[in-house]
Design a binder for this molecule. Sequence first.
Ligand SMILES: Cc1cc2nc3c(=O)[nH]c(=O)nc-3n(C[C@H](O)[C@H](O)[C@H](O)COP(=O)(O)O)c2cc1C
Length: 331
Amino acid sequence: MSDLTTKYLGLTLKSPVVASASPLSDSVDHICQLEDGGVAAVVLPSLFEEQLELESLNLDADLERGADSFPEAQNFFPDMLTYNLGPDGYLDLIRSAKERVSIPVIASLNGDTMGGWLQYSQLMQEAGADAIELNIYQIATDPEFSGSDVENSCLALVSEIKRHVDIPLAVKLSPFFSAPANIGKRLADAGADALVLFNRFYQPDFDIEDREIVPSLILSRPEELPLRLHWVAILYGHVGADLGVTGGVHSAQDVVKCIMAGARTAFMTSALLRNGAPHATRVVTALNNWLDEHEFESVSEMCGSMSYNAVPDPTAYERSNYMKVLGSYRL
Ligand SMILES: Cc1cc2nc3c(=O)[nH]c(=O)nc-3n(C[C@H](O)[C@H](O)[C@H](O)COP(=O)(O)O)c2cc1C
Protein backbone atom coordinates (compact mmCIF):
# COMPACT_ATOMS: atom_id res chain seq x y z
CA MET A 1 0.00 0.00 0.00
CA SER A 2 1.57 3.25 -1.16
CA ASP A 3 1.25 6.58 0.61
CA LEU A 4 -1.30 8.46 -1.48
CA THR A 5 -1.45 11.57 0.68
CA THR A 6 -0.68 14.91 -0.85
CA LYS A 7 -0.21 18.39 0.57
CA TYR A 8 -2.34 21.01 -1.14
CA LEU A 9 -3.00 24.52 0.14
CA GLY A 10 -1.46 23.51 3.47
CA LEU A 11 -4.08 20.74 3.82
CA THR A 12 -3.16 17.08 3.96
CA LEU A 13 -5.41 15.25 1.52
CA LYS A 14 -5.80 11.47 1.62
CA SER A 15 -5.21 11.32 -2.14
CA PRO A 16 -4.75 13.75 -5.05
CA VAL A 17 -8.26 13.08 -6.40
CA VAL A 18 -10.47 16.11 -5.73
CA ALA A 19 -13.93 17.05 -7.02
CA SER A 20 -13.79 20.40 -8.81
CA ALA A 21 -16.58 22.96 -8.77
CA SER A 22 -19.81 21.66 -10.30
CA PRO A 23 -23.42 20.84 -9.42
CA LEU A 24 -22.05 17.62 -7.89
CA SER A 25 -21.28 19.66 -4.78
CA ASP A 26 -24.33 21.90 -4.75
CA SER A 27 -25.99 20.35 -1.69
CA VAL A 28 -24.86 18.68 1.52
CA ASP A 29 -26.27 15.34 0.35
CA HIS A 30 -24.30 15.57 -2.87
CA ILE A 31 -21.14 16.49 -0.97
CA CYS A 32 -21.64 13.46 1.30
CA GLN A 33 -21.99 11.29 -1.82
CA LEU A 34 -18.70 12.68 -3.11
CA GLU A 35 -17.00 11.92 0.20
CA ASP A 36 -18.45 8.39 0.23
CA GLY A 37 -17.45 8.10 -3.43
CA GLY A 38 -13.82 8.59 -2.44
CA VAL A 39 -12.75 12.16 -3.27
CA ALA A 40 -10.18 13.71 -0.96
CA ALA A 41 -11.65 17.21 -0.98
CA VAL A 42 -14.43 19.10 -2.66
CA VAL A 43 -14.70 22.47 -4.36
CA LEU A 44 -18.15 24.01 -4.16
CA PRO A 45 -19.80 25.53 -7.24
CA SER A 46 -18.88 29.18 -7.74
CA LEU A 47 -20.59 32.23 -6.48
CA PHE A 48 -20.36 34.87 -9.17
CA GLU A 49 -19.23 38.45 -8.88
CA GLU A 50 -22.44 39.51 -10.62
CA GLN A 51 -24.58 37.83 -7.94
CA LEU A 52 -22.65 39.38 -5.10
CA GLU A 53 -22.55 42.86 -6.56
CA LEU A 54 -26.24 42.59 -7.22
CA GLU A 55 -26.93 41.61 -3.66
CA SER A 56 -24.73 44.31 -2.19
CA LEU A 57 -26.26 47.02 -4.36
CA ASN A 58 -29.72 45.66 -3.63
CA LEU A 59 -30.62 45.81 -7.27
CA ASP A 60 -32.84 42.75 -7.24
CA ALA A 61 -36.02 44.69 -7.89
CA ASP A 62 -34.41 46.73 -10.65
CA LEU A 63 -33.21 43.57 -12.32
CA GLU A 64 -36.65 42.04 -12.25
CA ARG A 65 -38.15 45.19 -13.75
CA GLY A 66 -35.36 45.19 -16.33
CA ALA A 67 -35.99 41.57 -17.16
CA ASP A 68 -39.67 42.24 -17.76
CA SER A 69 -39.10 45.22 -19.99
CA PHE A 70 -36.05 43.87 -21.78
CA PRO A 71 -36.28 40.14 -22.44
CA GLU A 72 -32.60 39.77 -23.39
CA ALA A 73 -31.71 40.71 -19.83
CA GLN A 74 -32.97 37.28 -18.87
CA ASN A 75 -30.24 35.78 -21.01
CA PHE A 76 -27.58 37.97 -19.50
CA PHE A 77 -28.64 37.36 -15.91
CA PRO A 78 -30.06 33.85 -15.63
CA ASP A 79 -31.67 33.46 -12.20
CA MET A 80 -28.76 35.20 -10.60
CA LEU A 81 -30.27 35.61 -7.20
CA THR A 82 -30.72 31.89 -6.69
CA TYR A 83 -27.90 30.58 -8.88
CA ASN A 84 -25.73 28.16 -6.89
CA LEU A 85 -27.99 28.77 -3.87
CA GLY A 86 -27.43 32.53 -3.83
CA PRO A 87 -25.08 34.29 -1.41
CA ASP A 88 -26.86 33.38 1.85
CA GLY A 89 -27.67 29.81 0.85
CA TYR A 90 -24.03 29.38 -0.12
CA LEU A 91 -22.79 30.24 3.37
CA ASP A 92 -25.32 27.80 4.83
CA LEU A 93 -23.98 25.13 2.48
CA ILE A 94 -20.42 25.70 3.71
CA ARG A 95 -21.55 25.51 7.36
CA SER A 96 -23.61 22.36 6.96
CA ALA A 97 -21.03 20.65 4.75
CA LYS A 98 -18.40 21.29 7.40
CA GLU A 99 -20.66 19.63 9.98
CA ARG A 100 -21.36 16.58 7.85
CA VAL A 101 -18.10 15.70 6.05
CA SER A 102 -14.53 15.32 7.19
CA ILE A 103 -12.89 16.10 3.83
CA PRO A 104 -11.81 19.72 3.24
CA VAL A 105 -14.41 22.01 1.71
CA ILE A 106 -13.12 24.66 -0.69
CA ALA A 107 -15.42 27.58 -1.52
CA SER A 108 -15.30 29.14 -4.97
CA LEU A 109 -15.57 32.73 -6.13
CA ASN A 110 -15.86 33.55 -9.80
CA GLY A 111 -15.24 37.02 -11.17
CA ASP A 112 -12.84 39.31 -12.97
CA THR A 113 -13.09 42.89 -11.74
CA MET A 114 -12.23 44.65 -8.51
CA GLY A 115 -15.23 45.35 -6.30
CA GLY A 116 -17.03 44.86 -3.03
CA TRP A 117 -17.84 41.25 -3.99
CA LEU A 118 -14.31 40.24 -3.02
CA GLN A 119 -15.16 40.89 0.64
CA TYR A 120 -17.40 37.89 0.44
CA SER A 121 -14.27 35.76 0.79
CA GLN A 122 -14.22 36.79 4.44
CA LEU A 123 -17.76 35.48 4.98
CA MET A 124 -16.74 32.21 3.32
CA GLN A 125 -13.87 31.95 5.76
CA GLU A 126 -16.15 32.73 8.72
CA ALA A 127 -18.61 30.07 7.54
CA GLY A 128 -15.79 27.52 7.84
CA ALA A 129 -14.38 27.07 4.34
CA ASP A 130 -10.97 25.41 4.46
CA ALA A 131 -9.76 27.41 1.49
CA ILE A 132 -11.03 29.55 -1.38
CA GLU A 133 -10.65 28.96 -5.09
CA LEU A 134 -10.83 32.09 -7.21
CA ASN A 135 -11.90 31.39 -10.76
CA ILE A 136 -10.82 34.32 -12.93
CA TYR A 137 -13.05 33.71 -15.94
CA GLN A 138 -12.11 36.75 -17.97
CA ILE A 139 -12.59 37.26 -21.68
CA ALA A 140 -10.90 40.48 -22.73
CA THR A 141 -13.32 41.67 -25.40
CA ASP A 142 -12.30 45.35 -25.22
CA PRO A 143 -9.60 46.03 -27.83
CA GLU A 144 -8.22 48.79 -25.59
CA PHE A 145 -7.65 46.30 -22.74
CA SER A 146 -4.13 44.94 -23.14
CA GLY A 147 -2.48 41.72 -22.04
CA SER A 148 -0.77 43.53 -19.20
CA ASP A 149 -4.12 45.06 -18.16
CA VAL A 150 -5.48 41.51 -17.92
CA GLU A 151 -2.52 40.35 -15.86
CA ASN A 152 -2.64 43.35 -13.54
CA SER A 153 -6.34 42.83 -12.90
CA CYS A 154 -5.69 39.19 -11.93
CA LEU A 155 -2.90 40.23 -9.57
CA ALA A 156 -5.10 42.90 -8.00
CA LEU A 157 -7.90 40.37 -7.36
CA VAL A 158 -5.50 38.01 -5.60
CA SER A 159 -3.98 40.76 -3.44
CA GLU A 160 -7.44 42.01 -2.49
CA ILE A 161 -8.73 38.59 -1.41
CA LYS A 162 -5.55 37.97 0.54
CA ARG A 163 -6.29 41.19 2.46
CA HIS A 164 -9.59 39.70 3.61
CA VAL A 165 -8.73 36.10 4.52
CA ASP A 166 -6.15 33.98 6.31
CA ILE A 167 -7.26 30.70 4.75
CA PRO A 168 -5.33 29.57 1.65
CA LEU A 169 -6.25 30.82 -1.80
CA ALA A 170 -6.11 28.86 -5.06
CA VAL A 171 -6.47 30.60 -8.43
CA LYS A 172 -8.09 28.79 -11.35
CA LEU A 173 -6.51 30.20 -14.48
CA SER A 174 -7.16 30.61 -18.15
CA PRO A 175 -4.83 28.87 -20.64
CA PHE A 176 -4.72 32.03 -22.78
CA PHE A 177 -1.95 34.07 -21.21
CA SER A 178 0.90 34.99 -23.53
CA ALA A 179 3.42 34.15 -20.79
CA PRO A 180 1.81 31.65 -18.39
CA ALA A 181 5.07 30.99 -16.54
CA ASN A 182 5.49 34.67 -15.76
CA ILE A 183 1.90 35.31 -14.65
CA GLY A 184 2.02 32.08 -12.61
CA LYS A 185 5.07 33.30 -10.74
CA ARG A 186 3.62 36.78 -10.19
CA LEU A 187 0.31 35.36 -8.92
CA ALA A 188 2.21 33.23 -6.43
CA ASP A 189 4.24 36.28 -5.40
CA ALA A 190 0.96 38.18 -4.94
CA GLY A 191 -0.22 35.51 -2.49
CA ALA A 192 -1.83 32.71 -4.48
CA ASP A 193 -1.14 29.51 -2.55
CA ALA A 194 -2.07 27.29 -5.49
CA LEU A 195 -2.64 27.58 -9.23
CA VAL A 196 -5.23 25.38 -10.90
CA LEU A 197 -4.61 24.83 -14.62
CA PHE A 198 -6.81 25.43 -16.62
CA ASN A 199 -10.32 26.76 -16.86
CA ARG A 200 -12.33 25.27 -19.73
CA PHE A 201 -13.99 27.80 -21.98
CA TYR A 202 -17.48 26.92 -23.03
CA GLN A 203 -17.64 28.27 -26.52
CA PRO A 204 -21.16 28.69 -27.79
CA ASP A 205 -21.77 27.54 -31.34
CA PHE A 206 -23.66 29.31 -34.18
CA ASP A 207 -27.02 28.02 -35.33
CA ILE A 208 -26.74 29.21 -38.95
CA GLU A 209 -30.39 28.52 -39.81
CA ASP A 210 -31.98 30.43 -36.93
CA ARG A 211 -28.96 32.75 -36.56
CA GLU A 212 -28.75 32.17 -32.89
CA ILE A 213 -25.95 31.58 -30.47
CA VAL A 214 -26.35 28.09 -29.08
CA PRO A 215 -24.89 27.52 -25.62
CA SER A 216 -23.30 24.09 -25.35
CA LEU A 217 -21.73 22.38 -22.40
CA ILE A 218 -19.80 19.39 -23.62
CA LEU A 219 -18.09 17.35 -20.93
CA SER A 220 -14.33 17.06 -21.25
CA ARG A 221 -12.31 14.26 -22.79
CA PRO A 222 -8.84 13.03 -21.77
CA GLU A 223 -7.46 14.68 -24.93
CA GLU A 224 -7.68 17.99 -23.06
CA LEU A 225 -5.17 16.87 -20.47
CA PRO A 226 -1.83 17.32 -22.32
CA LEU A 227 -2.17 21.13 -22.46
CA ARG A 228 -2.45 21.13 -18.66
CA LEU A 229 0.37 18.62 -18.19
CA HIS A 230 2.57 20.72 -20.41
CA TRP A 231 2.18 23.90 -18.37
CA VAL A 232 2.30 22.21 -14.98
CA ALA A 233 5.56 20.55 -16.06
CA ILE A 234 6.93 23.97 -17.06
CA LEU A 235 5.78 25.77 -13.89
CA TYR A 236 6.87 23.06 -11.46
CA GLY A 237 9.73 24.28 -9.30
CA HIS A 238 9.47 27.83 -10.61
CA VAL A 239 6.45 29.16 -8.73
CA GLY A 240 5.92 29.44 -5.01
CA ALA A 241 2.47 27.87 -5.22
CA ASP A 242 1.06 24.34 -5.31
CA LEU A 243 -0.15 23.20 -8.69
CA GLY A 244 -3.42 21.45 -9.53
CA VAL A 245 -4.84 20.18 -12.81
CA THR A 246 -8.44 20.57 -13.93
CA GLY A 247 -9.65 19.57 -17.38
CA GLY A 248 -9.44 16.10 -18.86
CA VAL A 249 -8.67 14.03 -15.75
CA HIS A 250 -10.67 10.83 -16.16
CA SER A 251 -8.58 7.84 -15.05
CA ALA A 252 -5.84 6.77 -12.63
CA GLN A 253 -3.35 7.04 -15.50
CA ASP A 254 -4.41 10.66 -15.95
CA VAL A 255 -3.82 11.29 -12.25
CA VAL A 256 -0.34 9.70 -12.49
CA LYS A 257 0.45 12.04 -15.40
CA CYS A 258 -0.69 15.10 -13.43
CA ILE A 259 1.49 14.14 -10.45
CA MET A 260 4.50 13.33 -12.63
CA ALA A 261 4.14 16.72 -14.31
CA GLY A 262 4.26 18.33 -10.86
CA ALA A 263 0.66 18.73 -9.67
CA ARG A 264 -0.36 18.02 -6.10
CA THR A 265 -4.00 17.49 -7.02
CA ALA A 266 -5.97 16.19 -9.99
CA PHE A 267 -9.50 17.59 -10.12
CA MET A 268 -12.41 15.72 -11.66
CA THR A 269 -15.86 16.82 -12.77
CA SER A 270 -16.77 15.32 -16.15
CA ALA A 271 -15.64 11.82 -15.16
CA LEU A 272 -17.73 11.99 -11.98
CA LEU A 273 -20.74 13.36 -13.86
CA ARG A 274 -20.46 10.53 -16.41
CA ASN A 275 -19.68 7.66 -14.05
CA GLY A 276 -21.03 8.77 -10.67
CA ALA A 277 -19.20 9.70 -7.47
CA PRO A 278 -17.92 6.12 -6.77
CA HIS A 279 -15.70 6.52 -9.85
CA ALA A 280 -13.34 8.40 -7.50
CA THR A 281 -12.78 5.25 -5.42
CA ARG A 282 -12.04 3.21 -8.54
CA VAL A 283 -9.50 5.83 -9.64
CA VAL A 284 -7.85 5.96 -6.20
CA THR A 285 -7.65 2.13 -6.03
CA ALA A 286 -6.15 1.95 -9.51
CA LEU A 287 -3.73 4.75 -8.59
CA ASN A 288 -2.59 2.79 -5.55
CA ASN A 289 -2.11 -0.36 -7.66
CA TRP A 290 -0.15 1.58 -10.24
CA LEU A 291 2.20 3.01 -7.61
CA ASP A 292 2.73 -0.46 -6.10
CA GLU A 293 3.43 -2.06 -9.47
CA HIS A 294 5.91 0.67 -10.34
CA GLU A 295 7.53 0.62 -6.91
CA PHE A 296 6.71 4.17 -5.95
CA GLU A 297 6.31 4.41 -2.20
CA SER A 298 4.33 7.62 -2.30
CA VAL A 299 2.62 10.18 -4.47
CA SER A 300 5.09 12.82 -3.29
CA GLU A 301 8.04 10.69 -4.49
CA MET A 302 6.50 10.73 -7.96
CA CYS A 303 5.59 14.45 -7.95
CA GLY A 304 7.41 16.43 -10.63
CA SER A 305 9.39 13.43 -11.92
CA MET A 306 8.44 14.39 -15.50
CA SER A 307 8.58 18.16 -15.03
CA TYR A 308 10.87 20.45 -16.99
CA ASN A 309 12.86 21.16 -13.84
CA ALA A 310 15.82 19.14 -15.05
CA VAL A 311 15.73 20.60 -18.57
CA PRO A 312 18.49 23.24 -18.86
CA ASP A 313 16.85 25.29 -21.64
CA PRO A 314 13.10 24.59 -21.73
CA THR A 315 12.48 27.08 -24.57
CA ALA A 316 14.98 25.36 -26.89
CA TYR A 317 13.63 21.98 -25.76
CA GLU A 318 10.10 23.11 -26.70
CA ARG A 319 11.26 24.21 -30.17
CA SER A 320 13.04 20.92 -30.82
CA ASN A 321 10.06 18.95 -29.56
CA TYR A 322 7.83 20.91 -31.91
CA MET A 323 10.05 20.02 -34.85
CA LYS A 324 10.13 16.38 -33.74
CA VAL A 325 6.33 16.25 -33.55
CA LEU A 326 5.90 17.73 -37.03
CA GLY A 327 8.57 15.38 -38.39
CA SER A 328 6.90 12.34 -36.83
CA TYR A 329 3.91 12.56 -39.21
CA ARG A 330 4.04 9.93 -41.95
CA LEU A 331 2.17 10.44 -45.20
C1 LIG B 1 -22.01 21.48 -15.15
C2 LIG B 1 -20.71 22.12 -14.76
C3 LIG B 1 -20.72 23.18 -13.85
C4 LIG B 1 -19.51 23.78 -13.50
N1 LIG B 1 -19.53 24.83 -12.60
C5 LIG B 1 -18.36 25.43 -12.26
C6 LIG B 1 -18.34 26.49 -11.32
O1 LIG B 1 -19.37 26.90 -10.77
N2 LIG B 1 -17.15 27.06 -11.04
C7 LIG B 1 -15.98 26.64 -11.60
O2 LIG B 1 -14.90 27.18 -11.29
N3 LIG B 1 -15.96 25.62 -12.48
C8 LIG B 1 -17.12 25.02 -12.82
N4 LIG B 1 -17.10 23.98 -13.71
C9 LIG B 1 -15.82 23.55 -14.29
C10 LIG B 1 -15.24 22.33 -13.54
O3 LIG B 1 -14.94 22.66 -12.20
C11 LIG B 1 -13.96 21.82 -14.21
O4 LIG B 1 -12.94 22.79 -14.08
C12 LIG B 1 -14.14 21.50 -15.69
O5 LIG B 1 -15.31 20.73 -15.89
C13 LIG B 1 -12.94 20.72 -16.23
O6 LIG B 1 -12.75 19.54 -15.53
P1 LIG B 1 -13.22 18.09 -16.08
O7 LIG B 1 -12.47 17.82 -17.30
O8 LIG B 1 -12.87 17.17 -14.95
O9 LIG B 1 -14.69 18.19 -16.31
C14 LIG B 1 -18.29 23.34 -14.05
C15 LIG B 1 -18.30 22.25 -14.95
C16 LIG B 1 -19.48 21.64 -15.30
C17 LIG B 1 -19.45 20.48 -16.27
